[in-house]
Design a protein around this ligand. Sequence first.
Ligand code: NAP
Length: 251
Amino acid sequence: MEKFIDLTNKVALVTGASRGIGRETALTLAKAGSNVVVNYSKSEEQAKELVDKLNSLGSKAIAIRADVHAEDQVIEMINKIVLEFETIDILVNNAGITRDSLIARMSISDWEDVLNVCLKGAFLCSKYVSRIMIRKRSGAIVNISSVAGVRGNPGQVNYSSAKAGLIGLTKSLARELAPRGVRVNAIAPGYIKTELTDRLSETVREKILKATPLGYLGETKDVANSVLFLVSDLARYITGHVLLVDGGMGM
Ligand code: NAP
C-alpha cells in the first residue's frame, strides 16, 4: 500500500531519542520509511533496544552517544552519520531536561544545565546539520519547545527561558534558511505522559488537567505525529511556525 507520508531514503537525526517523546518520534519516522539516528547521552541500553526495534521495521538505524551541548561530541556525531548515511534530511532537536525550583533556590548549575541541554544543544546540532542541508538545498528541522516557553511556568524560569529561546532560534533560523530550501519549525507540547512528567505530584497533575481544555494528558504519539507532519511534504509551505500540541492549554 502506498504510504500517505513517505520518508523512504531520508535520514533523520533525533536527539534524546532513548525514551519518551524522542523514542516515539524515532519509531514514527521509521514507520514512514526514514533511516533514523538515535542520539542519547546516558541511556545506552534503551537506545540499543530501540535501534533493534527500528531495524526490525525495515529502516536502517544506528545509535550514537553524544552530549548535545558538547561541541566536539556533536561534530563527531555528525561526521559519523555522514560516514554511515552520507547525508541528513531531518533534524529533531528533542533532547531536554528539567531542574525545577523557585528562583530564590535555583542554583547557577540548575540554570546552566537546562539552558545547555535545551538551547545550546539545539543551536549546536542545527549549526552543524544545517551546513549539510544548505548544500542540498533541502531539509527540515523541528525543535521541541514547550508550552512553558510560550506561557511561562512557576518553578521553571530556567526551563521556560530555554524553551522560549528555542522559539526565537526557530524563527530566526527559519528566516535564515528559507532561501536555501530548509524549513524550521517548533512544537510546543503541553503535558505529555513520559518519565519527565511521571515525577509530578497528584496536586500538580490535577491543576494541569483543570488548565487543559481537552481534560487529559497528551501521549508521546501526539507529539511524534506532529513532527511527522512538519517534516513531511504536507508541510512544505510551513516554516517558522510554533505548533501547540497541548490539549488547548496554551490558547
Ligand atoms: P525524557 O523522557 O526525560 O527524555 C529525555 C531524553 O533526552 C532522553 O532520551 C535523554 O537521554 C535525552 N537527553 C538528556 N540530556 C541529554 C544530552 N545532554 N544529550 C543528549 N540527549 C540527552 O523527556 P520527554 O518528556 O520525552 O521530553 C522530550 C522533549 O520534550 C524535551 O525537550 C522536553 O523538554 C520536551 N517537552 C516534554 C513535555 C512533557 O510533558 N513530557 C512537555 C513539553 C516539552 P539520556 O538518558 O541518554 O540522557
